[in-house]
Design a binder for this molecule. Structure first.
Ligand code: IPM
Ligand code: MN
Length: 355
C-alpha cells in the first residue's frame, strides 16, 4: 500500500478550522479508498510564527516540506502583523513559491450547485475554467526588493523567456487534459497580457503564440486584462484555461471567485517540476476566525487537487463529487457572503457522509 507523507501547515486565523475540516475529509477518503495512506506532519508557519520567532517559517519546516510527498497549507498571514517595511510578515510566497520554484499557480474557477453566484442563467458546471498564474516572476519578482524612498518607490516587473515558456506549456498541457470550455466544448488557452502598453507583456505574448504553434489541437487566443475582467463576468462560459503574469493572475482569480459564490469555493495548487503545495486562494479572514462559519470548500477542494497531483485521481474525484452532492442537497449551504451558514465542521461532515 502506498503511504504519502504530507506536510501540513495549519496557518493563521481561520486556517486551523479549515485544516481540521479538510483533514477529516482526507482521512475519510483514504479509509474508503483503501489503496493508500496519508501521514500528516504539522509544520507551524505564518503570522503567529513570525510574532513568536521572528520568521514566517523555520528552516526545519521548509526542509520538511521538501522531504514530503506534498504540502497541504491553510491560509496564513494577518494584516496586523507587518515587517518594519510595512508589508505583511507572515506570508510564505517568498519561501515556498519562489524558494521551491513553483512556477504554475493553478486556480480552478468552477460553479458548483447551491452557491450564490451574482450572475444569472448559469447552471452548475456552466462556469468551469482554470487560471494558470505565473508564480515566480512578473511583478512579484520584486517581492521585498522595491527601491526608492519616502517620495517614490519602484517595483520592477520581470518577464523571462524561460519563465514564460514553462508556464505557457503547463497551460497547454492542462488544456489537453480538460474537456474544453462549457460554452462550446472547445479546448482553449487564453493568454491575458497588456502588450498594448508594456514591452514585458509583448514578450509574454510573443512566447505564448510561439508555444501555441506546438499545440494544434488547442485553440489559442489573447486578450488584454481590462477586457478580460469584463469578459470573465459577462461571458465566463467561453473560457477553459487562461495563462497570465503573476499580479494579473492574483487579481483575476479573485474576480473569478466573485462569480462562483466567493473565494471560499476557490482552491489553488502551486506546482513546480519537483515540489508542490495546495491551499485555498483566499486569506486567513481574521474577522471570522473561531466562529465556525468559514466555508471549508476551498480547503477541501485543495485537498482533492493534492490527491490528484500525487496520483490518487479517483480519490480526488470522490471528494469533489461528495462536495458537489452536499451542496446540491443543501446539506452544505453557502450564504450570500460566501459563508458556510451551517458551520465549518458540519459542512465537512456533510461531505464525509457522501464520501
Ligand atoms: C494569493 C494571495 C497572495 C498573493 C498574498 C497573500 C501575498 O493574495 O495567494 O493570491 O498575492 O499572491
Ligand atoms: Mn490573491
Amino acid at each position: 500500500m502506498k503511504n504519502y507523507r504530507i506536510a501540513v501547515i495549519p496557518g493563521d486565523n481561520i486556517g486551523p478550522e479549515l485544516m481540521k475540516a479538510a483533514l477529516a475529509v482526507l482521512e475519510a477518503t483514504q479509509k474508503v479508498d483503501g489503496g493508500f495512506t496519508l501521514e500528516f506532519e504539522t509544520c507551524l508557519a505564518g503570522a503567529a510564527h513570525y510574532t513568536e520567532h521572528g520568521t514566517a517559517m523555520s528552516d526545519e519546516a521548509i526542509a520538511a516540506c521538501r522531504a514530503a510527498a506534498s504540502v497541504f497549507k491553510a491560509p496564513v498571514g494577518d494584516p496586523a502583523v507587518r515587517t518594519p517595511e510595512g508589508i505583511e510578515a507572515g506570508l510564505l510566497g517568498g519561501v515556498l513559491r519562489t524558494g521551491l520554484d513553483l512556477y504554475a499557480n493553478v486556480r480552478p474557477v468552477k460553479l458548483y450547485p447551491g452557491t450564490p453566484t451574482p450572475l444569472h442563467g448559469y447552471q452548475p458546471g456552466g462556469i468551469d475554467y482554470v487560471i494558470i498564474r505565473e508564480n515566480t516572476e512578473g511583478l512579484y519578482a520584486s517581492r521585498g526588493k522595491g527601491v526608492g524612498g519616502p517620495n517614490a518607490m519602484a517595483d520592477t516587473m520581470i518577464v523571462t523567456r524561460a519563465g514564460t515558456e514553462r508556464v505557457v506549456r503547463f497551460a497547454f498541457e492542462a488544456a489537453k487534459k480538460r474537456n474544453g470550455a462549457p460554452a462550446d466544448g472547445v479546448r482553449r488557452v487564453t493568454c491575458v497580457e497588456k502588450s498594448n502598453v508594456l514591452r514585458s507583456f509583448a514578450l509574454f505574448r510573443e512566447i505564448f503564440l510561439e508555444i501555441a504553434g506546438e499545440y494544434p489541437g488547442v485553440e489559442a487566443e489573447t486578450i488584454y486584462p481590462d477586457a478580460a475582467a469584463q469578459a470573465l463576468v459577462m461571458n465566463p462560459a467561453h473560457y477553459d484555461v487562461l495563462v497570465m503574469e503573476n499580479l494579473l493572475g492574483d487579481i483575476l482569480s479573485d474576480l473569478g471567485g466573485g462569480t462562483i459564490g466567493g473565494l471560499g469555493m476557490c482552491p489553488g495548487g502551486n506546482i513546480g517540476d519537483q515540489y508542490a503545495y495546495f491551499e485555498p486562494v483566499h486569506g486567513s479572514a481574521p474577522d471570522i476566525a473561531g466562529l465556525d462559519i468559514a466555508n471549508p470548500a476551498s480547503q477541501i477542494l485543495a485537498g482533492a487537487m493534492m490527491l490528484d497531483h500525487i496520483g490518487e485521481e479517483s480519490a480526488a474525484r470522490r471528494i469533489e463529487s461528495a462536495l458537489w452532492l452536499a451542496l446540491e442537497e443543501g446539506e452544505l449551504s453557502i450564504d450570500e457572503r460566501g459563508r458556510a451558514n451551517r458551520g465549518t465542521m458540519s459542512a465537512a461532515e456533510a461531505v464525509i457522509a457522501r464520501i
